[in-house]
Design a protein around this ligand. Sequence first.
Ligand SMILES: [Zn+2]
Length: 247
Amino acid sequence: MERLKALIQEVQYGSDFWSPEAFHNYLIILGRGEEVLLRKAHYPSKIALSHDWHVTFRDMAVQTVKDSRERMAIIGHKNDDKVYLPTFYIKGSNGHIASKLIAEGKADAKAKHGIQGEIGSLHTHPLDYPGQSTRPFFSPTDLFNHLYPNKAHMLVSGVIQGDQYIFAFSSRETLQTLVPEIMTHQGFTDYWVQKQYQDTFGSFSSMIFPSIDKALNGSELNRVIAERHHLVLYHGKVGKPMYRHYP
Ligand SMILES: [Zn+2]
């Protein structure tokens, strides 16, 4: 516990740049629970990742480019103060990974690979992922996973698309803006896509079932969701550090 306290001190009052060690320390702390989430203002503007991460990103991206199916990987810990990056991936379809498959993958991580706790997750988007943007972006559903009103919500997640990657972190403030319990993934997506349409054109769209491919700008949609829910967003090129782009 003393060591954990020291780590918290270190990441909270450390520099505006995190080394791969500082990043790992933070993930280890997050593995212990949401109580240690940093405030939004304490996230650094730049985070360097160790070589292993980039190897994993490339590996997942290459597999997705081959068959256009998303891959997902759990970032976990074994209660030993180390962060484990997966070498096995959950294989989804184009644009979707069924929750049943995710549950199976998590069970496998525990049973076959000794992962005791989940810190977060990574997944890929195919290169032809719908929605315009110059950089990869999270679907509203991806961000919704940070906002469940119970302890199942995600604290850190990443998306890899081709040679770029993005990360979202929950902040301490996010916990005050979790969505109502009756909100569904689809309801959340509908709300934000319709809102973007309305903010742009001044009227609701006639689309009855909006979806992410109807979003006008995926990156911009991420920014407004992050603003509402106090998420912190980063962007990087595979092989390079990531930079905060919100806030
Ligand atoms: Zn996604």
